[in-house]
Design a protein around this ligand. Structure first.
Ligand SMILES: CC(C)(COP(=O)(O)OP(=O)(O)OC[C@H]1O[C@@H](n2cnc3c(N)ncnc32)[C@H](O)[C@@H]1OP(=O)(O)O)[C@@H](O)C(=O)NCCC(=O)NCCS
Length: 135
């Protein structure tokens, strides 16, 4: 069974494997744990049978008007079971009442977020690739 947690108590590096698929410079589990701890909000999907974190979503917010969702990922073996959708729904609940909730995503994922009540927009970014691993 998959359980969902909004806190990081009891989460350790050994539970955070298999994430950042396709990233050239992968953040290590220690860095992953740090970003979960430092995020204003996070929801974790955990496989109760083995204690592994199999999906996560984070948000940065001022708690007043704005919020941004930088990360959503479900490890490949657990994809296509509704976990990603559930993580987004739970995060939107966490951010309920906040005026702006923003996500940057590839065009192919826009229908996924549209199904969850979000609308298409445009944005601008900077990516310092030499800092991708967070080290
Ligand atoms: C996007 C992601 C979190 C979805 O997780 P999931 O648990 O498989 O999601 P769900 O089972 O709730 O929903 C599956 C839906 O995701 C959508 N989806 C996932 N990956 C997709 C992709 N590359 N292109 C288009 N749609 C995609 C599909 O609509 C799929 O629905 P379908 O089965 O009707 O085709 C997961 O595929 C993932 O971790 N991808 C890599 C990281 C990523 O792209 N994160 C989003 C950053 S904005």
């Amino acid at each position: 069974m998959i359980v969902y947690k909004t806190g990081v108590d009891g989460i350790h590096e050994g539970m955070l494997t298999g994430f950042f698929v396709g990233w050239p410079d992968v953040p290590d589990p220690q860095t992953h744990l740090r970003l979960l701890q430092n995020s204003d909000k996070r929801v974790l999907a955990i496989d109760e049978s083995n204690g592994r974190v199999v999906g996560f979503i984070t948000a940065i917010t001022d708690g007043v008007l704005s919020s941004y969702i930088p990360f959503l990922e479900v490890v490949p073996e657990y994809q296509e079971r509704g976990i990603g959708e559930s993580l987004v729904e739970r995060m939107l609940e966490e951010l309920k009442g906040i005026y702006m909730i923003d996500v940057m995503c590839d065009e192919e994922l826009q229908p996924f977020y549209e199904r969850l009540g979000m609308q298409r927009s445009q944005g601008m970014i900077i990516r310092n690739y030499h800092r991708q691993s967070g080290k």
